[in-house]
Design a binder for this molecule. Structure first.
Ligand code: ADP
Ligand code: MG
Length: 247
């Protein structure tokens, strides 16, 4: 494929587990600053798509281009450094560290000025921690041990840890599972803010939440795209109602 303006261009992506195609010739294109939501029944292949993008699972065939760079040949580590952040369903924060420390340790190593100008890096880290803490609504909790945060705040902290790396593509797998209604609303606002500077892919089941955030929705079913487009169109799609929304 020739160069594109898409941040992410997935073409003919396939992964086969012992002959079973969990993702089957998938094509998907994500714009700069787009917030895309991926929905679909359990087992549709949603999480596997994120695993393929972040390099946790290796594809059987097809291409994933991030800013025109092929990701399928890169290691997970190289994909993170290229600017792709991914949040898993269960938060992986350091429970015994403070909110501040959790953010601090997530600052990318090897960025900024070193050597005799070490203090400059320190200033940059402190500034970034405070900026991100405000963004994730934890500015008043910086000194608190992460273990004491609410479930929702822990999810936000993990998003913040990813934001410390300033990724150009952020992927979140079911970020509001287990959250209160208020936390869901706050998370919707958070995601609407952070997609102003980056592209975001969210997997989610909560349709009220999806409505608040999605620019476009992709419906996956048996590793293929069943429908794609604006939320209201997708919700009215007969096939989507039959395999997913009708339940
Ligand atoms: P979703 O996130 O949409 O619920 P998944 O992507 O987790 O679905 O799974 C899609 C299908 O692929 C399921 O049938 C699942 O059992 C299978 N699958 C996922 N990962 C693996 C793996 N590493 N090995 C074998 N089968 C897998
Ligand atoms: Mg899943």
């Amino acid at each position: 494929m020739s160069n594109t303006d898409f941040v992410l261009a997935i073409e003919d992506l396939t992964v086969s587990f012992d002959g079973f195609k969990a993702v089957d010739k998938l094509n998907m294109y994500i714009d700069k600053n787009e917030l895309r939501v991926v929905i679909g029944p359990n087992g549709a292949g949603k999480t596997t798509v994120l695993d393929l993008i972040c390099g946790k699972t290796k594809s059987t065939a097809g291409s994933i281009k991030f800013k025109n760079r092929e990701l399928t040949k890169l290691s997970e580590h190289e994909i993170v450094r290229a600017g792709v952040g991914r949040k898993f369903q269960t938060p992986s924060i350091y429970e015994n560290l403070s909110v501040y420390q959790n953010l601090e340790v997530s600052y990318p190593k090897g960025r900024g000025v070193f050597g005799s100008l070490f203090f400059k890096r320190n200033d940059a880290v402190v500034a970034q921690v405070h900026k991100i803490a405000r963004e994730i609504m934890l500015q008043d909790f910086l000194g608190m041990e992460a273990a004491l945060l609410s479930h929702g705040q822990k999810q936000w902290l993990e998003i913040g840890m990813l934001l410390m790396q300033d990724p150009e593509l952020l992927m979140l797998d079911e970020p509001v599972a287990g959250m209160s209604a208020k936390e869901r609303d706050q998370t919707a606002e958070l995601l609407n803010r952070i997609c102003q500077n980056r592209s975001v892919i969210v997997i989610e089941h909560d349709m009220e939440f999806v409505k608040k955030i999605a620019h476009k929705v992709t419906v996956l079913h048996q590793g293929k795209i069943l429908a794609e487009g604006a939320m209201d169109k997708v919700q009215a799609n007969e096939k989507v109602i039959e395999v997913y929304l009708g339940h």
